[in-house]
Design a protein around this ligand. Structure first.
Ligand code: PLP
Length: 445
């Protein structure tokens, strides 16, 4: 496969230094379909990045494209502030009938400015308004976006550097699983809040991802989620599940918390909610906590009508069986393919840990002493776009579109394994032992 010469000079000379993904995947991309992206030079890539989780249904899904083109040709509104429109009505009615009602969720739907971080801002603000408290408990390794309120809840120092003094009060505690190993997070939380001399203010809310993605793919155990729900009820603390990256079917159910049978007070959704990669962000709020004054959390772009059109069509196409979740069952089946593949080709032969659920998986290469970023680069050279995550990019993050074929799934996994072996043999850090000879271990959930 020939690689192009990388992005044109204008990206380097004119685009801000803040650009990041384009540095990891240095090509100029032109077209895309399903799980494939094609570069301007004709090079075809298999996409296991999926818009960082915004493309669960693949690139340009036909059913949504048809609905979109039809709506545009009819001169449907494109921008409408938060006015009532037919497109929004269709989305709300479809979402209520197919997603919320079958799952017993009576939450109100708040349309936020169209990035995930704004939905997180809204969640944190409304939790503070409801409780009159300011502190929020978040988890080490958590990621929630980079606007000031959300950033305060992020674990990683990288995003906070130089900005700490500007961030609202947040208390971070270890996640139940992390590079430090298993941890009784609930016990610590209980001790901190029950002890009036702990120095930790009782929080307005606890915010978490049920599967931490950016932190390195750590899956929260279901008994922890159940316990946290009960603890929040006991203490009058709101539970916020940030389902921006692992919602919309990624873990095998529409919402990632369904596996624990819990109902969060506040739920954030973005990324794949539009089904087409169009910007859209929602906060789902239990009715009793919907205490906003009209317009108190407003924004010019809360009404991306094109996103409503594709979102409604996506729900009709993939989630029309209520909570039966045939689509989710397919995700779990493919997740089993990944788990089995990784068992046979990674953890039984290689010093790496694997963690995941549904179609979010991480291969933690830190036990092998090799660089995840270099594995990702070797994958790209072989035509696979795959990201890394974790504290030090030590985890290769498998995040393909949920609709990819079984053949594409195994083709991508084959490339990752080839790249791993290549990096282990030719590129591993001088300090590491022989990664092919060390004891394998797997942590799968
Ligand atoms: N929350 C989670 C769990 C995320 O993964 C992300 C983005 O990766 C965000 C919030 C922020 O979303 P956005 O980048 O759209 O602001």
């Amino acid at each position: 496969m020939t690689q192009d010469d990388g992005p044109a000079a204008v990206f380097e000379s004119r685009e801000s230094a803040v650009r990041s993904y384009s540095r990891s995947f240095p090509a100029t991309f032109a077209t895309a379909r399903r799980e494939f992206v094609t570069g301007a030079d004709g090079t075809r890539y298999l996409d296991f990045l999926a818009g960082a989780g915004a493309l669960n249904y693949g690139h340009n899904p036909e059913f949504a494209k048809r609905a979109l083109v039809d709506y545009i040709e009819r001169d449907g509104l494109t921008h409408a502030l938060d006015l009532a429109t037919t497109a929004k009505q269709d989305f709300l009615e479809t979402f209520e009938a197919q997603i919320l009602a079958p799952r017993g969720l009576d939450h109100r739907v708040q349309f936020c400015s169209p990035s995930g971080t704004n939905a997180v801002e809204a969640a944190l603000k409304v939790a503070r308004l409801v409780t009159g408290r300011t502190n929020v408990v978040a988890f080490g390794g958590g990621f929630h976006g980079v606007s000031t309120g959300a950033l305060a809840a992020v674990g990683s120092e990288f995003y906070k550097q130089g900005l700490r003094a500007t961030l609202p009060t947040t208390t971070h505690i270890p996640f139940p699983d992390s590079p430090m190993g298993p941890f009784d997070s609930l016990d610590l939380l209980d001790r901190l809040v029950s002890d009036s001399s702990s120095g930790v203010e009782k929080p307005a809310a606890v915010i978490l991802e049920t599967v931490q993605c950016e932190g390195g793919v750590y899956v929260a155990p279901t008994d922890f989620l159940v316990g946290l729900r009960a603890w929040c009820d006991t203490h009058g603390v709101l539970l916020i599940v940030d389902d921006i990256q692992v919602g919309c079917g990624r873990t095998g159910t529409f919402f990632s918390f369904e596996r624990a049978g819990i109902r969060p007070d506040l739920i954030t959704l973005s990324k794949s909610i539009s089904g087409y990669g169009l910007p859209m962000a929602l906060l789902l709020v239990k009715p009793e906590y919907d205490v906003w004054k009209p317009g108190q959390h407003n924004g010019t772009f809360r009404g991306n009508q094109l996103a409503f059109v594709t979102a409604a069509e996506t729900v009709r196409t993939h989630w029309a069986d209520g909570s039966g979740d045939a689509f989710g069952a397919e995700v779990l089946r493919k997740g089993e393919i990944v788990a089995e593949y990784l068992r046979q080709n990674v953890t039984s032969r290689f010093a790496a840990s694997v963690r995941g659920l549904g179609l979010i998986w991480g291969i933690d290469v830190s036990p092998a002493g090799i660089s995840g970023a270099k594995v990702s680069r070797r994958c790209f050279e072989r035509g696979l776009i795959v990201e890394t995550c974790g504290r030090d990019s030590e985890v290769v993050k498998i995040l393909p579109p949920l609709i990819l074929s079984d053949d594409s799934l195994t083709a991508g996994l084959d490339i990752i394994v080839e790249a791993l072996y290549d990096e282990a043999q030719n590129g591993r850090r001088a300090t590491a032992g022989d990664p092919l000879a060390t004891t394998p271990h797997a942590t799968t959930s």
